[in-house]
Ligand binder design. Structure first.
Ligand SMILES: NC(=O)c1ccc[n+]([C@@H]2O[C@H](COP(=O)([O-])OP(=O)(O)OC[C@H]3O[C@@H](n4cnc5c(N)ncnc54)[C@H](OP(=O)(O)O)[C@@H]3O)[C@@H](O)[C@H]2O)c1
Length: 287
């Protein structure tokens, strides 16, 4: 594999409706991204990405395993907006060996038609995460990835395997995080290490009945309870990547800048933790 030209800086314009946050490697990322899980290659996915771009999203979260890298890249390319105004995250395959990472990341880039990913994550901490991390460092040196991160890592995986082998500190840990599943030990650990939380399923996949307090806070601000959930996560400093197929919700999930939750409201939402995850799988039970 040969080195590519240096990755140009991410250059958001005022049309990007999301605030930016800085990662520990000095790069900036839109704090609100658009999640692409379950939007498979094709018309539905293309429409969702077009809606998101029109609403002002510039950050997209995909993965090899989501089977939509081609559609995402195609829509970005034909959007009329330069590549350096978009921030694209993708993730490793399940099978993580040095060779599979090198081959599959390049395959993901070819599929998407993109020259580089802004962020590349170890999707699941299965297999040899240390070998995988070093392969990702090679990809970074080759100009294929800007920033390196992880997903679904537990404190145990960080401490007993990853940092024990001398791996450098990832910029993010993408984990399930919403009012009903706050993972306090893990999030405190990440914050102390300077690893930004990227909250997936920030709306708990719309699968948990929302308690009255969220409705009360929402009514006080003239917002929806879902917007309150997202704002709470933003105010904690997290990056969020909600997903919606509906244009009005796509808008609502991005336009959160015109209200602020009080300390008391934040505390009321903090108190909603039930250690209740919506993914069928709980990473820290296994790794
Ligand atoms: N790293 C990982 O292992 C991992 C795991 C899971 C997810 N993720 C990432 O995180 C992204 C988001 O997570 P997710 O898709 O699991 O769940 P989510 O964003 O919490 O929830 C999506 C669900 O919420 C509904 N919804 C969205 N906005 C809404 C609103 N304003 N009001 C009411 N309902 C709303 C959507 O329905 P409609 O479409 O009908 O609006 C959809 O059913 C994924 O797309 C993916 O990119 C990563």
């Amino acid at each position: 594999m040969t080195a590519r030209p240096a990755i140009p800086p991410f250059s958001p314009t005022t049309k990007s409706a999301s605030p930016l946050v800085e990662l520990r490697d000095g790069t900036k990322v839109p704090q609100i991204g658009f999640g692409l899980y379950e939007l498979r290659e094709g018309e539905d996915c293309a429409k969702a990405v077009e809606q998101a771009i029109a609403a002002g999203y510039r950050h997209f979260d995909t993965a090899q395993h989501y089977y939509n890298e081609h559609t995402l890249g195609w829509v970005l390319k034909h959007s009329g907006i330069p590549r350096d105004q978009f921030y694209v995250t993708s993730k490793t395959p399940w099978n993580i060996t040095r060779r599979s990472i090198l081959v599959e990341c390049e395959a993901s880039l070819i599929r998407s038609g993109l020259e580089y990913f802004d962020l590349y994550l170890i999707h699941w901490p299965t297999g040899d995460v240390v070998e995988c991390w070093h392969a990702m460092e090679e990809l970074q040196r080759l100009g294929m990835i800007r920033s390196l991160g992880v997903s679904n890592f537990s404190v145990r995986r960080f401490e007993e395997v990853f940092f024990a082998a001398g791996c450098s500190t990832p910029v993010v840990n993408q984990i399930e995080f919403h009012p009903f599943y706050q993972q306090p030990e893990l999030t405190a650990y990440c914050r102390q290490k300077g690893i930004r939380i990227m909250a997936y399923s920030p709306l708990a996949r719309a699968s948990i009945e929302l308690p009255p307090v969220l409705h009360t806070i929402a009514a006080a601000h003239g917002k929806t309870p879902q917007q309150v959930m997202l704002k709470w996560s933003l105010q904690l400093g997290n990056i969020i990547i909600p997903k919606s197929r509906h244009p009005d919700r796509v808008q609502q999930n991005l336009h959160l800048g015109d209200f602020t939750l009080s300390e008391q409201e934040m505390a009321q939402i903090n108190a909603l933790d039930q250690n209740r995850n919506v993914l069928t799988f709980r990473p820290h039970n296994y790794f």
